[in-house]
Design a protein around this ligand. Structure first.
Ligand code: NAD
Length: 466
């Protein structure tokens, strides 16, 4: 055996799994065909947050009067905004290289393919430097991630020029004057928020009847209203029939409520979901089960093929970096025979738009659909001292409790800094907290987090500041 564990793919699923494997004393290697850190660090979560920060600051500079401040000559240098984002990605990419070295994990640069073998499939790597290398381990973890879904039949296919996915949208030459975003999930909404902040005329098209359809309905509604106030335009319950392009830009034919409409813009961003990177890995020949472009696994990441595991985006939803890391650690600890339990934690979701959106657990509708009797609390930031002082009064916290047991079933937030606060509710749910523990918790004053307390109190008719 060359290694105890070989991980294929070095995104937040793969590199975290590799580090945990090394910590547990496994001789570990990681294979990467592109950049250490995967999409998250290089083309996703991190560089988008850098862009969004620039956009947010620029937008805030336009609203300084209410704080008693003024600025003249507000402007931006788009190239520098993009360069900052690329620099941030590069720093973190270097950070992962450092962590691999520190943990004595061998990094093999190349493209891996699996071949039948025992006790686990063999890994044949077409090396970036040329030639190939075959390595054998006791356990192989596939963490190859996912990529943007394209729909070529109706023209929703990136061309790097007028039709972008998140990749092209991270490094354009300039902010488009007009932009159509197809899909109102996290990717679509974050880019819509960023380009709007820089002044682009942005229209978001969503096939379902509300934006951010995975969120609680009240959050979707409030987000729609807030984004419209910022000048974003929406077409919901609108299906794209065809995207065509010419020299001047794109034209999108859409159908909504029996009516057809044609929209034009300089550029379109396609953000209609993702597909798993399952191709050319030799999975079919091994008999690995693939459903809807994702590898089917059990709770420990096992694929059913001896010694072969899959984690993260390639193993199915939710397609989130932190879920991938969590699964990676769980999978390695299972391999080590530790009987991990960390998959019992619910997976929070965050969208880093202005305003921010964050949630964990069941929406009110999902809880009711499960036949649960619920108690719901709400607390608006417009009532709240810290938010009023900060000029951040948009949004609210909503909590959903099981009326019978008091268990916190879900929490849904929209407003400033909510992506930093959702973890409080996630810890509560992981510890199976009820309303009693949340009510008994002392929240620091003045913080936006007090709204979490008030929302809990409101569910039981005890809110103080409503
Ligand atoms: P998504 O599945 O979250 O959203 C895609 C949206 O597009 C859906 O609302 C869908 O109804 C809509 N849609 C699909 N086909 C359409 C069509 N033809 N016309 C109009 N609308 C259409 O996908 P995404 O936003 O591309 O993101 C992919 C994954 O990455 C998601 O799971 C997302 O949660 C994750 N992600 C998370 C973050 C974050 O946590 N901040 C950031 C980026 C991506």
């Amino acid at each position: 055996m060359d290694f105890d564990v070989i991980v294929i793919g070095s995104g937040p699923g793969g590199y975290v799994a590799a580090i945990r494997a090394a910590q547990l004393g496994f001789k570990t290697a990681i294979v990467e065909r592109e950049l250490l850190g995967g999409i998250c660090l290089n083309w996703g979560c991190i560089p988008t947050k850098a862009l969004l920060k620039s956009g947010e600051l620029y937008e805030q500079l336009g609203h300084l009067e209410s704080y008693g401040l003024s600025v003249t000559g507000r402007s931006y240098d788009f190239d520098k905004v993009v360069q900052r984002s690329r620099g941030v990605a590069k720093t973190l990419n270097g950070g992962v290289a450092f962590l691999m070295k520190k943990n004595k994990i061998e990094v093999i640069e190349g493209t891996a393919k699996l071949e039948k073998s025992s006790p686990a499939p063999k890994v044949v790597i077409a090396l970036k430097a040329g030639g190939s290398r075959t390595v054998q381990a006791k356990n192989v973890i596939v963490a190859t991630g996912a990529r943007a879904r394209a729909i070529p039949s109706i023209g929703l296919e990136p061309d790097g020029d007028k039709v972008w996915t998140y990749r092209e949208a991270l490094v354009p030459k300039s902010a488009p004057e007009s932009l159509i975003v197809i899909g109102s999930g996290a990717i679509g909404i974050e880019f819509a928020s960023f380009f709007r902040a820089l002044g682009s005329d942005v229209t978001v098209i969503e096939a379902l009847d509300r934006i951010l359809p995975v969120e609680d309905e009240e959050v979707s509604k409030a987000a729609h209203k807030s984004f419209e106030k910022r000048g974003l335009k929406f077409r919901v319950a609108a299906s794209v029939k065809k995207l065509t392009k010419d020299k001047s830009g794109v034209t999108i034919e859409l159908e909504s409520g029996g009516k057809t409409e044609s929209l034009k813009a300089d550029v379109a961003i396609v953000a209609v979901g993702i597909v798993g990177n399952v191709e050319n890995l030799g999975l079919e020949a091994l008999g690995v089960k693939i459903e809807k472009t994702h590898i089917v696994t059990d709770d420990n990441g096992a694929t059913g093929v001896a010694g072969l595991y899959a984690i993260g985006d390639v193993a199915g939803p939710p397609w989130l970096a932190h879920k991938a890391s969590h699964e990676g650690i769980h999978c390695v600890e299972h391999i080590a025979g530790l009987k991990p339990t960390n998959l019992h934690s619910p997976v929070p979701g965050c969208t880093y738009s202005t305003p921010q959106i964050a949630s964990v657990g069941l929406t009110e509708a999902q809880a009711k659909a499960k036949g649960l009797d619920v108690k719901v609390g709400r607390y608006p930031f417009k009532n709240h001292g810290k938010n009023i002082a900060s000029g951040e009064t948009d949004g609210f916290v909503k909590t959903v409790f099981d009326a019978k047991t008091g268990a916190l079933l879900g929490a849904h937030m929209i407003g400033a800094e909510v992506t930093e606060m959702i973890q409080g509710f996630t810890i509560a749910m992981t510890m199976e907290a009820t309303e009693a523990e949340l009510m008994a918790t002392c929240f620091p004053h003045p913080t936006m987090s007090e709204a979490m307390h008030e929302s809990t109190l409101d569910a039981y008719g005890r809110a103080i500041h409503i």
